[in-house]
Design a protein around this ligand. Structure first.
Ligand SMILES: [Zn+2]
Length: 231
């Protein structure tokens, strides 16, 4: 029973090698990276949109405040000649200075916002450029990977046929155990147990009960690494 499964495993190694070749394929990796970028880009764009809207409304608010303040200043200058008392003049000068300071502070804020808006626009354009590049990469690498995968299809089919043939002589239950482990990315799965009391793969101690089960069923799974141990 184990000889057949061992033979199955050695043929399965060819399949595993093709699978590894496919998963290590550079075009596949580049395609996945592009997809990941494209999946996240909408969030980045939404973030930039929100920031841009925030800056825009602040910009409107500040420019309106600036215009209003200019009006006040003009009105104020228009009436400045009406005052003649020394206290009044001191007050007027102080008031005029305050208005100038406020205007300067607002000017600074407006310049800062203009810079922020420019930076957002640049980021937006950069993201757009990257998005186009990622779309191109996704398409081209996807195509190349599909071609590569296609080129391996015949070899894969041949191995699958061989495996199906071998499977006929392997007990269903054992085959199921093997396939489940294979799906869990365990490989190689079968290891000969030398009676040392330890798993030959991961060196975990094998309980007495497992040893007696091995004698009874011909195999046992290591509790730690999941390998099938046989005598
Ligand atoms: Zn183990």
């Amino acid at each position: 029973m184990m000889e057949k499964l061992l033979e199955y495993q050695s043929v399965d190694a060819e399949l595993k090698a093709i699978e590894q070749e496919l998963s290590a394929n550079e075009d596949r990796k580049k395609g996945i990276a592009a997809k990941k970028f494209l999946d996240g880009v909408n969030d980045s764009l939404a973030e930039l949109d929100a920031k841009a809207a925030e800056f825009d409304s602040a910009y409107t608010k500040y420019t309106q405040a600036y215009a209003k303040l200019c009006e006040v200043q003009q009105e104020f200058e228009g009436t400045a000649g009406d005052y003649s008392g020394e206290d009044e003049i001191v007050f007027i000068k102080k008031k005029a200075q305050e208005l100038m300071d406020e205007l300067k502070a607002l000017e600074k804020q407006i310049v800062r916002l203009q810079e922020e808006i420019l930076s957002i626009t640049e980021q937006y354009n950069g993201l757009k450029k990257k998005t186009l590049a990622a779309q191109k990469q996704f398409k081209e690498c996807g195509q190349k990977y599909m071609e590569f995968k296609e080129s391996k299809a015949e070899a894969k089919n041949k191995i699958a046929e061989k495996l199906a043939e071998l499977e006929k002589d392997i007990p269903e239950e054992l085959m199921e155990v093997y396939k489940k482990k294979r799906a869990d990315k365990i490989y190689p799965i079968l290891y000969e147990y030398n009676g040392s009391g330890f798993c030959p793969y991961c060196r975990t101690e094998i309980p007495r009960l497992s040893e007696s089960n091995m004698a009874k069923n011909g195999y046992v799974s290591c509790d730690n690494c999941g390998r099938i141990l046989y005598k």
